[in-house]
Write a protein that binds this ligand. Structure first.
Ligand code: MN
Length: 205
């Protein structure tokens, strides 16, 4: 069972995070990046492959500069229902701290427009430790590569592929794509605006 580790690490009577179950995938594969202010601030990059969110913790977050390779440490698979989790994990619980939905969207394997072929390719790429995707997020767009370091089990590098979205001048926005809040506002549980309709429909896919 893929989500065994995820479930073991958490006490669902104490955390608001969802319990782990595998899910059938929808029309398009989805990804999420969650900014996580835990013992150390990091970004959790998660790709839907085979009914779960394959996950990496990226300490410095993604960079649009194609010459910058960001360390991405693979963590336990997360359930699809985690994709819109934003809020607080209680102190003392695993991953205790604030979680923001930093980016969300759909994706496919680079060079595979067909949903089924894309998914097949991704399963193989995951096994081989060399994943090339086209992201359609609010912040992360176009070609991105994530590949495992030689002779390493959990250490990967995340790098922007060369395309029209590469080397953008401006920095990524640091608010939630779901609620527009920054980390402090999420921590204080300040509600701001309403969920964006387009993103909401994505969550229901
Ligand atoms: Mn995390």
């Amino acid at each position: 069972m893929k989500l065994e580790t995820y479930n073991k690490k958490r006490d669902f009577s104490k955390t608001a995070e969802p319990e782990g179950k595998t899910a059938k995938s929808g029309k398009e594969l989805r990804f999420v990046v969650q900014k996580h202010d835990a013992s150390r601030l990091h970004y959790d990059f998660r790709l839907e492959i085979d009914g779960v969110l394959i996950s990496w913790a990226v300490p410095k977050g993604p960079s649009a500069d194609t010459s910058v390779k960001r360390l991405a440490v693979q963590t336990e698979d997360h359930p699809m229902s985690y994709i819109d989790f934003e809020g607080l994990i209680p102190k003392g619980q695993y991953g205790g701290g604030t979680v923001m939905v930093w980016d969300i969207g759909t994706f496919h394997a680079e060079g595979y427009e067909d949903r089924k072929e894309s998914h097949q390719a991704l399963k193989k790429q995951l096994k081989d430790g060399d994943i090339k995707v086209v992201l359609n997020g609010e912040k992360m767009k176009g070609s991105w590569h994530i590949f495992r370091l030689k002779d390493k089990e959990k250490e990967w590098l995340l790098v922007k592929g060369k395309d029209e979205y590469a080397n953008a001048e401006e920095e990524f926005d640091q608010h939630s794509v779901l609620t527009g809040r920054d980390l402090a506002q999420i921590e204080q549980n300040i509600q701001k605006g309403s969920l964006k309709k387009k993103l909401l429909s994505l969550l229901k896919m």
